[in-house]
Write a new protein. Structure first.
Length: 117
């Protein structure tokens, strides 16, 4: 169903206002009824259209929620791993300090070397 007249070779060079007026004349009472029927069809299909839009939007939102939950789990796992690594590093540093203290005390307890003077 077409509500306007397509421009042809004779329309080349015509002002746009003249072409618009010719297109306005195309709207006759029959065409108005067709427009009303088209509006009724649109109104009748509106719930279906809105349902599709809502379904698509909800699907997108659910997908984003799933991605965010996966990222949250990954961040939680990384956080736990880093916390464990820090605790291991602290324990290792404490052991190194104890070994260093033992070695330092042992070196001080060594007999002094005889002097060769």
């Amino acid at each position: 169903m077409r509500f306007y007249r397509r421009p042809g070779p004779a329309d080349i060079g015509k002002p746009l206002t003249v072409q618009a007026q010719e297109n306005i004349r195309v709207f006759e009472p029959n065409n108005v009824r067709q427009v009303e029927n088209a509006e009724d069809a649109f109104v009748a299909n509106l719930p279906t259209l809105l349902g599709r839009v809502v379904e698509t939007s909800m699907g997108d939102i659910d997908h984003l929620i799933d991605e965010l939950q996966a990222l949250r789990e990954r961040l939680q796992g990384d956080s736990d791993r880093i916390r464990t690594d820090i605790a291991k590093h602290a324990a290792l540093s404490e052991q190194v300090m104890q070994v260093t203290k033992i070695i330092s005390e042992s070196v001080h307890k060594l007999p002094e070397a005889p002097s060769t003077a």
